[in-house]
Design a protein around this ligand. Structure first.
Ligand SMILES: Cc1cc2nc3c(=O)[nH]c(=O)nc-3n(C[C@H](O)[C@H](O)[C@H](O)COP(=O)(O)OP(=O)(O)OC[C@H]3O[C@@H](n4cnc5c(N)ncnc54)[C@H](O)[C@@H]3O)c2cc1C
Length: 446
């Protein structure tokens, strides 16, 4: 075992690297070590291919409550500020780019719902968002959502040019580059953490080839965070529903992001159309919704770990039954099962999902993106037998476990701030919150 570190961070996704960055810039911690099992940062959910690259700021996310909308707007702003503050102008487009976006209602029912949202407090939060209810106006900003559509189908959109797409992989890289400039801030890749144990000397973190000792651990390992929390006896009354998501690509048919009116009470977004920050020639449609018993997409070895992390008892079983047999969720699961059937799937996906956004696209215009897509670890509250909306941080005696489904990448700097505050408080170190808030112009409305 080497020396005792002050903090070990496990998992170099966008949340882990943002936390390392914030510690390096604003804390008095002198020795922070990042352990990551892959050869680079952000190769899983935070990879640009594997998520929708959206900076969620509440204008088009119709399943967010007003409180959640305000919070998300503030969190997103931190990423925008970071790019202005820390990245050279020529570096910024590799990380963040402005793009137009809209929430699109199709049909009377959705239009009524969207109109109601617009007429609420929403208008005051987003005075720059335009309501578009005339086809000819909609056609001017996003031609292909109108072209080929039935003339009697009602359309309504909430539209803004002030959207952003983010390459969360490059964002993570920049966090890490800045953090490791500080002496004592180091990282080790290709190192899988197998176990974490609490001892009187601190936390022993065992990896595939070595043991490390640390005063505190910050576990930002995606769905694996709950697995480690459970091993240490935390995260009671919690489980994870692993919701995988795949994407289909077409040639570029949309100028910006087109989100749909979301289904009531469902934390994962319906299929939307997005540009790709890494490839201006395509439009991405997705993600699909594939519930599967794994902690990492496509990693069969993560299935036993998933079952272990569920910590199965009567509450867990009843929660899973209640969530999965819910009328809307089971319908989504059934539809997505059909989408995964070779041949049939693409036709059904085009008709039911893509054509709601771009009516003129045909199945042959779409291609399933290979080895693309990640897992949204939706937290199950087994006490109340429901899905939690958003992420969770589990605190446990100097250890912190961060589980972050969407919009986790958007909220990375807010998560980082909260993580730093907890770690500084626990270890009696400083975190300069005032400077962080000034630098990021972060005024919370809460
Ligand atoms: C299909 C899809 C679309 C999404 N779209 C958006 C979006 O548009 N906008 C948005 O804000 N969010 C989106 N999200 C959510 C977002 O991708 C996640 O919230 C975010 O990437 C989570 O980051 P993270 O750092 O917590 O986890 P991850 O990116 O999963 O990183 C975890 C890291 O931990 C490492 N790790 C795991 N286990 C170990 C171990 N035992 N030892 C060492 N290292 C380990 C992994 O290798 C990985 O690098 C989407 C997610 C999905 C799946």
């Amino acid at each position: 075992m080497d020396k005792r570190h002050e903090i070990i961070i496990i998992g170099a996704g966008v949340v882990g690297t943002a936390s390392m960055y914030a510690l390096s810039r604003y804390s008095s911690f002198k020795d922070v070590l990042m352990l990551e099992k892959e050869k680079d940062v952000a190769l899983f959910n935070s990879n640009s291919n594997n998520n929708s690259q959206t900076l969620h700021s509440g204008e088009i996310e119709t399943n967010y409550s007003i409180a959640k909308t305000k919070e998300t707007k503030e969190n997103a702003q931190l990423v925008v500020k970071y790019a202005e503050k820390e990245l050279k102008p020529e570096e910024r487009p590799n990380v963040i780019q402005q793009c137009q976006k809209m929430a699109l209602a199709v049909g009377d029912e959705e239009a009524e719902k969207l109109e109601k949202r617009y007429d609420s407090e929403f208008k005051d939060i987003f005075p720059y968002v335009k309501k578009i209810d005339k086809r000819e106006d909609l056609e001017k900003v996003e031609e292909n959502v109108v072209k080929g559509r039935r003339p009697d189908e009602k359309l309504l959109a909430l539209f803004t040019e002030k959207g952003y797409m983010v390459d969360y992989h490059n964002l993570s890289k920049s966090f890490m580059d800045i953090a490791t400039l500080r002496e004592g801030y180091n990282s080790i890749f290709n190192t899988t953490v197998k176990n974490i144990e609490k001892t009187p000397d601190g936390y022993i973190v065992s990896t595939n080839d070595k043991k490390f000792l640390s005063e505190s651990v910050l576990v930002t390992a995606g769905a694996y965070s709950l697995f480690f929390a459970k091993k240490l006896g935390y995260g009671e009354n919690m489980g994870v529903l692993s919701v995988g998501g795949k994407f289909y690509y077409s040639k570029r048919v949309l100028k910006g992001k087109v989100y749909r009116v979301e289904r009531e009470g469902i934390p994962f977004a319906a299929v939307h159309g997005d540009p790709d920050i890494t490839n201006p020639d395509i439009t991405r449609f997705g993600p699909t919704v594939n519930v599967s018993p794994e902690l990492e997409k496509g990693n069969i070895k993560s299935v036993p770990d998933y079952i272990e992390s569920l910590d199965i008892d009567l509450d867990t079983v009843e929660s899973l039954e209640k969530i999965l047999f819910d009328e809307t969720v089971s319908k989504i699961i059934r539809e997505n099962f059909i989408y995964s059937i070779p041949g049939v799937g693409k036709i059904s996906f085009t008709k039911n999902e893509v054509n709601k956004i771009v009516p003129s696209l045909k199945p042959e215009d779409l291609k399933l993106a290979k080895n693309v897509g990640g897992i949204r670890p939706q937290v199950i509250d087994t006490k109340n037998k429901r899905l939690a909306l958003g992420g969770t941080a589990i605190e446990g005696d100097g250890a912190l476990f961060s589980v972050t489904p969407s919009p986790g990448a958007t909220s990375c700097l807010k998560e980082a701030m909260d993580n730093c505050l907890y770690l500084a408080d626990y270890n009696e170190k400083d975190f300069d919150l005032e400077k962080f808030q000034t630098d990021f112009d972060y005024k919370t409305n809460k």
